[in-house]
Design a binder for this molecule. Structure first.
Ligand SMILES: [Zn+2]
Length: 299
């Protein structure tokens, strides 16, 4: 059964017993926002009952940060939803059938029955570019495309609350799981401070693990994620061993996560061979040519 990981007057994080998966329910004056309701049947129903108990005359919006099956498996448990939000890439995902099949397989393997059908979510609002905003009365939400973990990942910021819902990025229990592309993943991490500057948020909720409740906390996770990608690139490009011990001293579920790490290595090796990125040990930090010399930061 899920536990309530965090609660304040506007934000409730339900954390699944599985993979510390977070489902967030946000209440503003006009809207109840449900983000990635997951993933055991009783857990999803508990989230729905909570939403029903607080909605009153508010609109209910369902948001999916990406199409991984664990994040969308609770979709049809929710009725009376006013709008479903996702990225355009997620709405157009060519693998919808396979994702529904993964849900079915999961339920079969664990003898799980649900009171609602397993379906791929239908979008009412598709986020097709960075910075798209959606307003409902006094509630304002900004959306950003954040490919890398998957091709169809997105983040959102709820303005009044200074809150970012990050999907499967910046977890304190997972290093980057790069299921799509490491260059896109890096660009997403690079983009985060700019998303912050445009929108201002202090708190960030990842798809798995603990929320980052301060700017320093999520910035540290961002640095750790980038450090992982750079260390992996260096190891691949220079054909030197990757320091796996330090990885497992930082992340504590090696039995499962070793496979994700090995998948990252295989993917990034392919990317390197295809020339998607290069590694130059002499230029660890590239300074763009157009920066006037007086402004180059000193060591
Ligand atoms: Zn996930």
């Amino acid at each position: 059964m899920s536990k309530i990981l965090f609660r304040d007057p506007n934000v409730t994080i339900f954390q699944s017993a599985l993979f510390q998966t977070n489902s967030t329910v946000i209440r503003t004056d006009d809207v109840v926002l449900v983000v990635d309701p997951a993933w055991l049947p009783e857990e999803v129903i508990r989230i729905r009952e909570y939403v029903d108990s607080i909605r009153e005359d508010r609109a209910v919006f369902l948001v999916f940060t990406h199409s991984d099956f664990d994040h969308v498996i609770g979709y049809r448990a929710f009725h009376n939803v006013d709008k479903v939000f996702m990225s355009e890439a997620m709405a157009d995902n060519p693998n919808k059938e396979a994702i529904v099949e993964q849900m079915r397989e999961f339920d079969q393997r664990h003898y799980i029955k649900r009171s609602y059908p397993l379906e791929y979510p239908e979008a009412d609002f598709k986020v097709y570019r960075d910075g798209v905003q959606y307003r409902h009365q006094s509630t304002k939400i900004a959306f950003y495309l954040t490919p890398g973990h998957t091709a169809d990942s997105m983040m959102l910021v709820v303005w009044q609350l200074g809150l970012c819902l990050a999907g499967d990025y910046l977890s304190n229990i997972e290093f980057p799981f790069i299921d799509y592309n490491s260059v896109a993943y890096e660009q997403t991490l690079e983009k985060l401070p700019r998303i912050h500057d445009r929108n201002w948020f202090t708190r960030l909720i990842p798809g798995h693990g603990d929320p980052a409740l301060t700017i320093a906390d999520w910035l540290k996770r961002r640095t750790e994620s980038l450090a992982y990608i750079y260390a992996l690139r260096e190891s691949i490009a220079t054909d030197t061993p990757f320091d796996a011990n330090s990885l497992w001293s930082r992340y504590h579920f090696p039995l499962l996560q070793l496979k994700y790490h090995e998948d990252n290595i295989a993917r990034m090796r392919r990317e390197f061979e295809e020339g998607l990125w290069t590694w130059n040990p002499d230029v660890a930090l590239e300074i763009p040519d157009n920066v006037p010399s007086g402004e180059v930061p000193k060591k």
